[in-house]
Design a protein around this ligand. Sequence first.
Ligand code: UDP
Length: 140
Amino acid sequence: MAVNRTFSIIKPDATRRNLTGAVTKMLEDAGLRVVASKRIHMTRDQAEGFYAVHKERPFYNDLCTFMTSGPVVVQVLEGEDAVKLNRDVMGATNPADAAEGTIRKSYAESIEANSVHGSDSDENAAIEIAFFFKPEEIVG
Ligand code: UDP
């Protein structure tokens, strides 16, 4: 299995509860390495652009409001089969369905305020990384 990269966001519900370290530890314990990280407050334009794929979904407007409601930590994670590894440690979108030991089972508040984002494919990982990071900000 190849070492590759994925994109992660620690969402506003988690930064608000001071869980940046706790979430990052779960990512690291799963075998992922943080090769870029910054705390930002997303603008409405950024949130709408990032989630443009969900534009027609009923939750889109509320999701953009939530994602701009406080700081987030955007990260690039590196590891073996990083996209799948990260999705596994995140757990299901709805914390009610998330497996024991996952980040969302441990920390998510709701299907919306579910503590973390993670890319769902290598192709989207590359797009999402480029949305928030310049190449020189990523140090492997
Ligand atoms: N979301 C929501 N309501 C829903 C489904 C999703 O608010 O019914 C939010 C939630 O924060 C989720 C994000 O939209 O993480 C993106 O949804 P997606 O289906 O891509 O889930 P993910 O890949 O994050 O598990």
